[in-house]
Write a protein that binds this ligand. Sequence first.
Ligand SMILES: *Cc1c(COP(=O)(O)O)cnc(C)c1O
Length: 823
Amino acid sequence: MTYTIFEIAKILNIKKAGLNAAHINYLLTDSRNLLHPEETLFFAIATSNNDGHKYVQELYESGVRNFVVQELHADWERFDDANFLIVKDSLAALQKIAAVHRKKFDIPIIAITGSNGKTVVKEWIYQLIGSNFNVTRSPRSYNSQIGVPLSVWQLNENTQVGLFEAGISQPGEMEKLETIITPTIGVLTNVGEAHQENFETLKQKCLEKLELFINCDVIICEEDNHLIEECMEIACLTQKRLTWSKNMSGTSPLQIKKITKKDFSTQLDFIFLQYGFSTEIPFTDDASIENAMSAIAVAFYLHVPTATILEKLSQLEPVRMRLDVRSGKNNTIIINDTYNSDYNSLSIALDFLQQRSTLNSLKRLLILSDIPQSGTTLSSLYHRVADLLQQKKIDKLIGIGKDISKNKNIFKSIDSSFFESTDDFISSRVWANISDEMILLKGARSFGFEKINELLEVKSHETVLDVNLDAIVHNFNFYRSRLGKDTRLICMVKADAYGSGDVEVAKTLQHHKCDYLAVAVADEGVLLRQGGIKVPIIVLNPEVRGFDNLFSYNLEPEVYNFRILDAFIKEASNKGARDYPIHIKIDTGMHRLGFTKEDIPALVERMKNQNYLSIKSCFSHLAASESWTFDDFTTEQIKTFKEVAGQLERQLGYRVMKHILNSAGIERFPEEQMDMVRLGISLYGVSASGLSGLRNVCTLKTTILQIKEVPKGETVGYGRKGVMERDSRIATIRIGYADGLDRHLGNGVGKFLVNGQLAPLVGNVCMDLCMLDITNIPANEGDTVIVFGEELNLVDMAKSLDTIPYEILTSVSSRVKRIYYKE
Ligand SMILES: *Cc1c(COP(=O)(O)O)cnc(C)c1O
């Protein structure tokens, strides 16, 4: 549905003459998601992490002409073919437009809230009702103050049912979401501790959640929850209720009679309005059973035929979408998304593919299965898919399945080939010729794309370091929100991003607009540039030998003494450089590298006698920022730095940026942010000062090769160090000191996680293997062993080795494959 800019101005009560006519189809709040510039209205929203006004210029240059802003910048005045709608609050404007849009629809609108499971319940409702109704639903977990209006905006002429999630993190938010969604059917998944920080009591949060339902015709929730009951009464919610219950004593119309858990599925016997049904869902955990009940209740309420509900329940797909990035054969990279397939998740995966592949010269190949049908006709579905492939600039398509093969004419404009089944594709051996491509494997679970992945992937050592890119982004934003509006963030990616690996981490940071990256040596910077990294890069410890590369790859050196400065001036003059940026290191007490106060006059003198180089920033490094004991020393370092930097700046006669804080510094001395800060270890999930709220990034894991019963009195491993004091079960695992595992962890010092339980190391660590005592732990050969990760804290391992997390992370050797994933 299209709105003219005049209609939008009217909704926002803006009376402004001289608007240029425009039709708006897309609302945008994140400049990176721009698709159709001419039909886009951009909302410049200031959040705690960022400010949308910063991207107006860039968007204008990409062709966007319609903006909602809170203030007008002087340099935008020359954009006279653009419309600027000026409002007090851009977010409120976005919400208002969505609310007006919503009011045009007189159809069932489902809203889901609760502490956990919102996205799963939303997706499962969709899976149950999607073949009977044309459903418009929130993408991913768009459930915030920004996500909800963007979701509601998607309602269109074809929509028969709207399906949205609503999440809140503080009081007062739900009322706004209610105005935007105004649901007719409310679903409450549960009320628990998640996102409790800003609420005083659980009851307060429950009451707030219920505000979403004040205008609903029906509320769907669990019967057995007293808190919900109580809050409904307080809130005077007198609507019809469709409750479900896990115990047969209640009065719910929907009751579970019997739950039978099997190895990989659960049989549910339940009753709806006195009729008994039985089905099996492919999940075994309790949360999935509860989520399924909410979805079943909605489907019954909307009169979806029982046979359809039962059939779809048996095919429920998991919602967690995990995009693995792995190296493939023949210079390929594989993005693996073989769990589900629908239009929304395809679009998200394609975004990811596009983002990654613009940075290298690989072509983009999509291997796509049939998309289980969803309301629309097959041909219109695949027409939309074809449009999407064009927008995302896919070079090649391999379609697998009967439906997509039948519709192959729709894909005529791109290089494509089709196979009726996964087995047909495998026996064709077409895959053997795939090279120099970035491959997105996207298939519904029933297509078994794991088999294709198996063929394409480079198989190596099965000890891997899982790197959670979402967690890095979380940690990055966690710190960015603690910084002043104009403070820039330098992300330290030296030593292969603290061991987490090559350019993937840098790409992720670049995508999230970090201002600077820093590496230790020039070679690391070269690798990043070759991998497509464009943001400025500082090289911390440059050596004269690497100067050539600094210029060729546009890397900015730290200059720490006169030897380096003179050599660099000389090289810059040879290269004919002009004002090439350098960063001056000041020694304020670390006594490692850097100029001292006494050096400043000579430094300024040298700088003034040339114009090849120019000082962009000046900085110092704290020696003990994490330690309370040395706070006086730290304060002194900061004071010295300010003096010396001030002196340098005055004598130079131009402004230079100043920075001194590392991770612990940012956490403990936030008032000393100056112009920039340098974020290191905390980005990788280890708070240097014990701050909570960071997410774990790296998980080192391996597998059990063999399990042995070893009788009392025997010994295990080299040097006969592991003496059995009882009859024991010993697991040999595939990791040793050549993988970077510290030998001091042997003989009981280290403990790893096997199926959720701690197993101590037995005997000495070998080069490629080591042994664990799993006497009381149920485990099989092939099971996963976690060396460190979310469940097993790296900090504890560091303590037991009398070292620091930095050393453990950066010691994981290069033969351990890094696997990057997004949730
Ligand atoms: C490594 C490094 C940092 C980052 O330190 P963390 O403790 O990891 O935050 C900051 N500045 C310099 C100069 C560094 O070498």
